[in-house]
Design a protein around this ligand. Structure first.
Ligand SMILES: [Mg+2]
Length: 197
């Protein structure tokens, strides 16, 4: 099978990172809540959306090293590769931030993947030429189609329900914080194998 996988919030876990970085910068008070949504809502409510955009640039660039792989992600992907599946990483990620210092997000993500053994090792699940970073959501969905993915794993419904998402592709929604038991919804990487059909 050809299996496509998203990167941010599917392989890379940013839980607490937005909060910690914003707090270190003195942009938020400590009591606003630690999730990405709570941090985002704080900036939006205060009419400081550009600051939120800038924060995302810092987290996905300079501070990406604070993200950690989701539990079981590397092991699951290594096992899928060993089983003979073809794996592609297909991410929606602009190359440079809209606001703030010019960091190459694609390079930062590749460095993170290397540091965390997703590329550059004999048993790594990906290689340089199986990584696809797309500037827009539309180009990402078209890449999923072009690569003829049989399965795609993503944390965002808007990817999996996009009008151009191929009907032949099985959509697997990865949302660790939701505990409902919908089919095609996984909360942990160890559930992936059982979902593949
Ligand atoms: Mg994502």
């Amino acid at each position: 099978m050809i299996i496509g996988i998203d990167f941010d919030n599917t392989i890379a876990d940013y839980t607490g990172v937005f909060y910690r970085v914003a707090l270190q910068l003195g942009w938020i008070s400590a009591d606003i809540g630690q999730s990405k949504t709570e941090v985002k809502d704080y900036f939006i409510q205060q009419n400081r959306e550009p600051k939120w955009t800038e924060l995302q640039g810092i987290v996905y660039g300079k501070e990406i090293g604070q993200a950690v792989p989701y539990d079981g992600a590397l092991k699951c992907l290594q096992s899928l590769k060993e089983q003979g599946h073809t794996l592609y990483l297909v991410s929606h990620k602009t190359r440079y931030p809209i606001i703030g210092s010019k960091v190459d997000f694609h390079l930062a993500a590749k460095n993170w993947l290397a540091t965390n053994n997703f590329i550059g090792q004999i048993n790594a699940p990906f290689e340089e030429d199986t990584l696809f970073f797309n500037e827009t959501l539309d180009t990402k969905v078209n890449k999923i189609k072009e690569l003829k993915c049989d399965v795609f794993i993503d944390d965002l419904e808007k990817v999996l329900t996009h009008s151009d998402f191929p009907t032949s592709c099985q959509a697997l929604l990865f949302q660790p914080n939701l505990s409902n038991d919908q089919s095609n919804h996984i909360t942990h990487w160890h559930e992936v194998n059982a979902q593949l059909c």
